[in-house]
Design a binder for this molecule. Structure first.
Ligand SMILES: Nc1ncnc2c1ncn2[C@@H]1O[C@H](COP(=O)(O)OS(=O)(=O)O)[C@@H](OP(=O)(O)O)[C@H]1O
Length: 295
């Protein structure tokens, strides 16, 4: 397997699977079947008309929106018994993908060019989730620090640069985001639904209601309220962390549900790091046509 230890210039390294220049996670502690060829075959995987795809850069709130969307599609607030990695394109073999029962709520962090090639022509419903990239940076740092497969022991003071340069699995947040912006702009007829972590935190009931409408469902206000409750951070942390494979996590301590807050970056970034981040953000996103409301 083409395993690569990405060095950011500080001497610290992060272990990934490199496929044709793209950095993916290795998934080798849980999904031992993850192979370069399997990854390359994803564009040929067939989608079904009722598939829903959650697309997000890592740490934007994918687990949360996958759980909410799955409950909506099931029209039930019963806890989803599986973890979101069991429906995550790049963590699966084609056989596992084909065996997911419909209606399928899939999720991925890979860009469109590496996804099933019928995604746009099939008019597959896409929920695109965004989050303040400073919070993503902090969350990703903790993810890399705690998950065994990355073999990463870096410091946050170096990590901001690593993140800004995209020297992580799934590459640059800027490239990922700008690429999706363009796809969304260029395909006005495609069913895209934009969501943000911050909006979900501030008004989950309205956001889940909007998502339900987008999915073409008639969910009762009671169901929406129950789903909001079941998918609240503390409820998910309590009930979903035990489903994680402890082998994946350093000290056998699952940490997928870490803090679940807006603005935790303020506890991590120095003033200089924050200013530098803003400079890079303003430069890289200068042609962005989207409005980002980050606090
Ligand atoms: N229910 C709920 N409510 C609020 N926040 C939640 C919830 N579930 C997960 N999270 C937080 O989302 C962050 C993980 O993002 P992802 O699910 O996209 O991670 S992953 O890339 O798929 O591994 C990670 O953020 P941080 O806590 O800031 O690290 C999770 O804690």
């Amino acid at each position: 397997m083409p395993i690569k230890n990405i060095d950011d210039g500080s001497g610290e390294t992060l272990r990934v699977l490199e496929v044709d220049g793209y950095f993916a996670p290795t998934f080798d502690t849980v999904f031992q079947n993850q192979q370069e060829e399997e990854f390359r075959s994803i564009p040929n995987w067939p989608l079904k008309p009722d598939d829903v795809l959650i697309c997000a850069y890592p740490k934007a709130g994918t687990h949360w929106l996958w759980e909410v969307s799955s409950m909506l599609v099931n029209q039930s607030a019963d806890r989803v018994k599986l973890i979101k990695e069991t429906a995550m394109l790049e963590a699966l073999t084609e056989e596992q993908f084909r065996n997911i029962p419909s209606p399928r709520v899939l999720n991925t962090h890979i860009p469109l060019r590496l996804m099933p090639k019928d995604t746009l022509s099939n008019k597959t419903k896409i929920v695109f989730v965004q989050r303040n990239p400073k919070d993503i940076c902090v969350s990703f740092f903790n993810h890399h620090s705690k998950i065994v497969e990355y073999d990463f022991n870096g410091k946050f003071e170096n990590y901001v640069n690593r993140f800004l340069k995209g020297l992580v699995d799934y590459g640059s947040w800027f490239e990922y985001t700008l690429e999706w912006e363009k796809i969304i702009r260029d395909n006005p007829e495609h069913p895209f639904h934009m969501m943000s972590y911050e909006d979900m935190k501030s008004d989950p009931i309205s956001e889940i209601g909007r998502l339900s409408e987008f999915l073409g469902l008639k969910s009762s206000p009671e169901l929406i309220a129950e789903i909001a409750d079941k998918c609240d951070f503390s409820a998910m942390k309590k009930e979903k962390d035990p489903l994680e494979n402890t082998k994946d996590w350093k000290d056998a301590k699952p940490g997928m549900y870490r803090k679940g807050q807006v603005g935790d970056w303020k506890n991590w970034f120095t003033v200089a790091q924050s200013e530098y981040f803003d400079t890079v953000f303003n430069q890289r996103m200068k042609d962005s046509s989207f409005t980002y409301r980050f606090s």
